[in-house]
Ligand binder design. Structure first.
Ligand SMILES: [Fe+2]
Ligand SMILES: [Fe+2]
Length: 193
């Protein structure tokens, strides 16, 4: 694995300055969350930094790369191709940057929709993307505060926020996000929380 500054340089070539600034903020937030929740800090920082590696690629390129990466077709993703940037980002980070860390790649893959089998590293990156300091949507403070106390509660708030937003916009909701939310609730019940 190269130094962090090596990946900063590679990323800066891929993204607009605004998206690059967002990515650095996500990396720093992921690092702060990782320390609190006892997640390995190197993978958290790097996954945060690189989570949007494919975000500025045009939709047709994303769709084409998804196909060549063997990522299964999906009717919701086909309708909203920018959502491919998680899986395609993980594919390109491995292929172009040579990062083969499976947990780090998974955190990039799951950062948009979530997944019922998310690890704490996945959750740290997902939440960091949502609460980094440049984010200012209504409700962000509640999630930000919870993120440093209880990761699963913060994930639930984050999913609720996203699902409300998508309902208001009459937008498609990917089933993975619903499954991820259900799993958090089922786990909390099993653990008597
Ligand atoms: Fe993203
Ligand atoms: Fe992002």
């Amino acid at each position: 694995m190269n130094s962090f500054s090596h990946y900063h340089g590679k990323l800066a070539q891929k993204l607009t300055p605004k998206r690059y600034k967002h990515s650095v903020a996500v990396a720093e937030t992921a690092l702060a969350l990782a320390k609190i929740h006892k997640v390995p800090s190197g993978p958290a920082y790097l996954a945060g930094l690189l989570h949007d590696y494919a975000r500025d690629l045009p939709d047709p390129i994303l769709a084409e790369l998804a196909k060549s990466a063997g990522i299964p077709a999906d009717p919701v993703l086909d309708a909203l191709p920018e959502l491919w940037h998680g899986s395609v980002g993980a594919f390109l980070v491995e292929k172009e940057l040579g990062l083969k860390h499976p947990q780090l790649l998974q955190a990039i893959r799951y950062h948009i929709l979530g997944h019922p089998a998310m690890t704490d590293l996945d959750k740290v990156v997902f939440i960091a993307d949502m609460i980094e300091p440049n984010r200012d949507f209504s409700g962000v403070e509640r999630i930000r505060e919870m993120a440093f106390k209880d990761l699963d509660e913060a994930m639930l708030l984050a999913f609720e926020q996203s699902i409300h937003y998508l309902l208001d916009k009459k937008q498609l909701i990917h089933p993975l996000m619903i499954e991820a939310r259900n799993q958090l609730i089922l786990t909390a019940r099993l653990e008597g929380r």
